[in-house]
Design a protein around this ligand. Structure first.
Ligand code: COA
Length: 188
């Protein structure tokens, strides 16, 4: 289903240091290795990491990303020029009637701190505003995750408030800062 939206053009996005492209099933072993080797780093702020127990779980993820790609969403692996998978980023949970979606991302631990998330977010957001008929992108960052908040601020997101107890992470409810970016506000 395409919700009447134009089909995205030029799915692969290139930035100075990264190639952003949809994952295929052939990427699943590399995706599992990236998640598995960064497990404690990622699971501090992402509630799905513990549920990834093997490649089968990630095949389900890749399948869902591929299906959503035609429904006003954008899901991309972040690849270095030599093909190594550095992370993943999505413009997801699209609500076409509101021209709205949500940004989510992670970078593997041994590739964090290099500016990759910001570089990829700027490129994917620019692509998404151009191709997905969006007016607003929302993003959430744990209130104890300053690196994620900084990525969003560098892209031009406004901090709009705090959503209390947004997710149950392990046995603790976590508060998330909510950020919003409207069409035309992206800082490149
Ligand atoms: C959050 C995450 C995606 C950032 O990726 P990254 O590629 O390292 O991000 P960038 O290098 O583009 O930018 C990080 C910014 O945060 C800053 N930063 C990092 N740690 C920080 C800290 N403890 N306090 C304040 N700022 C911090 C960096 O200095 C940089 O800002 P700068 O360019 O102004 O110096 C990555 O750390 C990650 O995947 N974390 C685990 C999963 C996660 O939190 N995902 C996001 C869920 S909302």
């Amino acid at each position: 289903m395409s919700f009447g939206l134009p089909e995205p053009q030029g799915i692969e996005i290139r930035t100075p240091r990264l190639v952003l492209r949809p994952l295929t099933f052939a990427d699943v072993p590399a995706l599992f290795e990236a998640v598995d080797s960064s497990r404690s780093f990622l699971s501090r702020f992402l509630d799905w990491v513990d549920s990834v127990r093997g490649e089968a779980d990630l095949r389900v993820f890749v399948d869902r990303c591929q299906r959503k790609e035609g429904e006003g969403e954008a899901h991309r692996g972040l690849f270095e020029p030599d093909g190594r998978l550095a992370g993943h980023m999505s413009v997801k949970d699209a609500v076409p009637s509101r021209k709205a979606a949500e940004l989510g991302y992670w970078v593997r631990e041994d590739r964090a701190g290099r500016g990759y998330a910001t570089e990829a977010a700027r490129a994917l957001l620019a692509w998404s505003f151009r191709n997905l008929d969006l007016h607003r992108v929302t993003a959430f960052a744990d209130t104890f995750n300053p690196a994620s908040a900084r990525v969003l601020e560098k892209c031009g997101f406004a901090r709009e408030g705090v959503v209390r107890h947004r997710i149950l992470h392990g046995d603790a409810w976590r508060d998330h800062a909510m950020f919003g970016l409207l069409a035309g506000e992206l800082k490149l």
